[in-house]
Ligand binder design. Structure first.
Ligand code: MLT
Ligand code: MN
Ligand code: ZN
Length: 265
């Protein structure tokens, strides 16, 4: 199994276009940019799937040798996208993938409902392709290339644009082979502990270092608050991802491990 990190920043990226804070200023002047959270995985090196489709997806794909099209003119190794939630930083990239003739999108029923409701991605992109597959995930499922995927629940954080919608199952993580991807969770749950059991590498929510970093933003357990749970899984290599531009880890100098873009895990 191959795992390539494409983006490691939270919504807005680092630097954020309209932010003049010290960290964004430093990222801007030093050129140490981070793009928005996304990962590419493959079981065989030729069939690839994205975990979340960020607004930065075009440049992320152009920077990733494994996602180069060919040999036929419109042949691509990209087979699909697995969504962890319906947040804009994780789904807006679907619009940019509209040139794909076929693409399999996997998400929970709540997320698929949002993408056919207040953010009508399905209705917008479907006329461009030959018909994408939209798959509701519940239990374990298989991907081309020999990957087995197990979604697990991580809460009910709804995007602001879907705040009036009902239902549960808004956020999941994925266990794929020995890899765990969980970039959004408000609490450390038993489902996360179970998914981590026997895993080799885990990319987890590193939005905030401290809970009071952005008092008006909820839904992300801080790194300080997840640290004791992380310590219960000594056999797993943890890397923090989805870093918000307020997170001091972006400036370095902390012992917490941060995912590196383009790294193969
Ligand atoms: C989040 O992760 O909380 C959201 O992506 C916030 C946002 O919409 O920017
Ligand atoms: Mn986000
Ligand atoms: Zn900033």
């Amino acid at each position: 199994m191959r795992v390539r990190v494409l983006g490691t920043a939270a919504g807005g990226g680092s630097p954020q276009w309209n932010c003049a804070c010290q960290q964004c200023g430093h990222a801007r002047s030093s050129g140490t940019h981070r793009s928005q959270d996304s990962v590419a995985v493959s079981g065989n090196g030729s069939d690839w799937y994205l975990l979340n489709a960020s607004p930065d997806i075009r440049t992320q794909i152009l920077s990733t040798l494994e996602l180069t099209p060919g040999p036929a003119t419109r042949e691509t190794p990209l087979r699909g996208v697995l969504l962890t939630d319906a947040e804009l930083d994780h789904v807006l990239g679907l619009f940019q993938l509209r040139e794909a003739a076929t693409l399999d999108v996997y998400a929970t029923a709540a997320v698929l409902g949002a993408l056919d409701g207040p953010l009508p991605v399905r209705r917008v992109v479907d006329p461009y392709g030959r018909g994408w597959g939209w798959h509701a995930v519940t239990d374990e499922f298989e991907l081309k290339g020999g990957l087995t995927v197990r979604p697990f629940p991580l809460g009910d954080k709804k995007p602001r644009y879907a705040s009036d919608r009902d239902g549960d199952g808004w956020v999941v993580g994925y266990r794929i082979g020995d890899f765990v991807y969980a970039p959004c969770f408000a609490q450390w749950t038993d489902s996360l502990d179970e998914a981590l059991d026997g895993a080799r590498v885990a990319l987890i929510d590193g939005t905030f270092l401290a809970a009071d970093e952005m008092p008006d933003v909820k839904g992300h357990l801080s790194i300080h608050d997840s640290a004791s749970h992380v310590a219960c899984h000594p056999g797993v290599r943890f890397l923090y991802t989805h870093l918000n531009n307020t997170n001091p880890l972006l400036s370095g100098g902390f012992a917490y491990p941060v995912a590196t873009e383009m790294e193969v895990l």
